[in-house]
Unconditional design. Structure first.
Length: 106
């Protein structure tokens, strides 16, 4: 599966999964005040992967599928690969809102 948009990520989180915090079921992690900001921040990172100015910095073509996937999936085999991963981190994580989110996994 290739890269997804932030909207696709948020929709995928509304799949009926069962998450409980302190014995309380969280119906929608994208709307719950304890998780909504992190979900939005992660969605922004997913959207960055589609930005024409950042697509080469945030993604690469999968050798297996040919689809664009997040550079977080790039298995470093050279110094250049490590540099690419560093540049992805700098692009996505050097934003104040990104401090509470995880790296895109799609």
């Amino acid at each position: 599966m290739g890269i997804r948009t932030g909207a696709e990520l948020l929709q995928s989180l509304r799949d009926g999964r069962q998450l409980f915090i302190d014995g309380e079921r969280v119906a929608d992690v994208t709307a719950d005040t304890r998780f909504a900001a992190a979900a939005r921040s992660l969605a922004e990172l997913y959207d960055m992967q589609h930005d024409p100015a950042l697509i080469d910095r945030m993604t690469f073509r999968s050798p297996m599928s040919g689809d664009r996937v997040g550079i977080s999936f790039l298995e470093p085999r050279s110094i250049d690969d490590l540099i690419r991963r560093r540049e992805m981190v700098r692009s996505g994580w050097m934003r104040p809102a990104a401090c509470s989110a995880a790296a895109p996994i799609s």
